[in-house]
Ligand binder design. Structure first.
Ligand code: FAD
Length: 317
C-alpha cells in the first residue's frame, strides 16, 4: 500500500483532504491531484464552514473532522489556517430540527445547552420557541483548503499525470458525470459578505438563514436552487438573503455588503454522499481501483476528514 500511485480528481476540500490523509498514513504513496478549474471557481472557495450536522449517518465523519479541527486549532495560527472556534446559536420553532442537531453533535462539540426562554427573548428580535447553543470549529474555505494543499505539497503530492493504481473521484458537482451516476444534482448556493465587525457569533435560523463572523465581516447565507449550474448571482437572490436575515436581526439593516459568492453543491438524490470502491480494468488488462468520494452537498467541510479516513479504509479493497 505504501508505494501505490494514486490519482485524485478534484482539488476542492474533499480531494485535498483525501490526499493529505493518505500521505499522513502512507508517506511513500505517490499522490497526483487533478483539477479542471482554478480554486476560486470550486465550491470549496467561499464557504464559511460552519459546523451544523443533523444526519445520524454523518455523525462519525463529522466527529473525525471536528477532532482534526481541534488539533489544527491548537497548533496553528487561525489567521493562516482559517480554522477558528466560534459560538453558535441555532434557533427554530421546530424542536425536531434542533434535536437532530443535538443528537448528532453532542458527543464532540463544546458547551452544548438549550437556552432558557428569557435568554431567547433577550437575544433575538424574532424569538422562536427553541434555541440550541454550542461552541464549534468553523473552517474558512479560502484559507483552509490552500493550507491543506500546502501540507500535501510538503509531503510530495504532485500535479502531473502518470499511469496509476488508484483514482479517487472527488470532482464535486461534476463527480456524477465522471462516475456515470445521474443521481448527482447541482444545487446553487449564494452568500453575501457584509461589513459588521461587532457581529461575533454564529446565528442560524431554521437551519437555512445564518450569519457567520469572518473577522471584520459576516458571511450571510444562503439559497438552494436545485438543478442549477450557473454561478451568476441575481438581484432577487441578493434581496432574498438580506431581507430574511434582517428580519431576524434588525441591527444588520443598512449594513454594507462588501462581497458575494456563489458555489455549486453536488448533492445526491438520496441525500447521502457516495464513499465506495470499484475495481476497473484498462484495455491493456491493467487493473485499477476507483474510490468515489462525492455528493457531500452542504456538508463538505463538516465531513471532509472523516470521509478522507474512510478513503484510506477503502484503499486496496
Ligand atoms: C453558499 C454555500 C455555503 C456552504 N457552507 C458550508 C458550510 O458552512 N459547511 C460545510 O461543510 N459545507 C458548506 N458548503 C458545501 C461545501 O462548499 C461543499 O460540500 C464542498 O466545497 C464540496 O467540495 P468538493 O471538493 O467535493 O467539490 P469542489 O470544491 O467543487 O471541487 C471539485 C473539484 O473537482 C475538479 N473537477 C471536476 N470535474 C473534473 C474533471 N472532469 N477533471 C478534473 N477535475 C475535475 C474541479 O476542478 C475541482 O477542483 C457550502 C456551499 C455553498 C454553496
Amino acid at each position: 500500500m505504501d508505494n501505490l500511485k494514486i490519482a485524485i480528481i478534484g482539488q476542492g476540500i474533499i480531494g485535498v483532504s483525501s490526499a493529505l490523509a493518505i500521505l499522513e498514513k502512507y508517506p511513500n504513496a505517490q499522490v497526483t491531484i487533478f483539477g479542471d478549474r482554478s480554486f476560486e471557481e470550486t465550491c470549496s472557495y467561499g464557504p464559511s464552514g460552519h459546523f451544523e450536522v443533523d444526519r445520524d449517518v454523518y455523525k462519525d465523519w463529522a466527529k473525525a473532522s471536528f477532532l482534526k479541527f481541534a488539533e489544527i486549532y491548537r497548533d496553528h495560527n487561525p489567521d493562516v489556517t482559517g480554522v477558528k472556534l466560534i459560538s453558535n446559536f441555532h434557533i427554530s420553532d421546530t424542536l425536531e430540527k434542533l434535536q437532530n442537531l443535538e443528537r448528532c453533535t453532542k458527543e464532540f462539540v463544546y458547551n452544548l445547552h438549550w437556552l432558557e426562554e428569557r435568554e431567547i427573548k433577550a437575544i433575538f428580535s424574532q424569538p422562536k420557541k427553541y434555541c440550541l447553543f454550542f461552541t464549534a470549529y468553523a473552517s474558512e474555505g479560502k484559507k483552509y483548503v490552500p493550507w491543506l494543499k500546502e501540507k500535501c505539497v510538503q509531503k510530495g503530492a504532485k500535479f502531473l499525470a502518470e499511469e496509476v493504481d488508484v483514482i479517487i473521484n472527488c470532482a464535486g458537482s461534476y463527480a456524477g458525470k465522471l462516475a456515470g451516476d445521474d443521481e448527482v444534482i447541482p444545487v446553487k448556493g449564494v452568500a453575501l459578505e457584509v461589513y459588521a465587525p461587532w457581529h461575533k457569533h454564529t446565528y442560524d435560523y431554521d437551519c437555512h438563514t445564518y450569519a457567520m463572523p469572518m473577522g471584520e465581516t459576516v458571511f450571510i447565507g444562503t439559497t438552494r436552487k436545485v438543478n442549477c449550474h450557473s454561478t451568476k448571482i441575481t438581484d432577487e437572490e441578493r434581496q432574498d438573503i438580506m431581507s430574511r436575515y434582517e428580519e431576524f436581526h434588525p441591527a444588520m439593516k443598512n449594513a454594507k455588503v462588501v462581497g458575494e459568492w456563489c458555489g455549486i453543491r453536488g448533492e445526491r438524490a438520496a441525500g447521502i454522499c457516495r464513499l465506495e470502491s470499484q475495481k476497473r480494468t484498462l484495455i491493456s488488462g491493467k487493473q485499477y481501483q476507483v474510490i468515489h468520494n462525492y455528493g457531500h452537498g452542504g456538508y463538505g467541510f463538516i465531513l471532509h476528514w472523516g470521509c478522507a479516513l474512510k478513503v484510506i479504509e477503502l484503499l486496496g479493497c
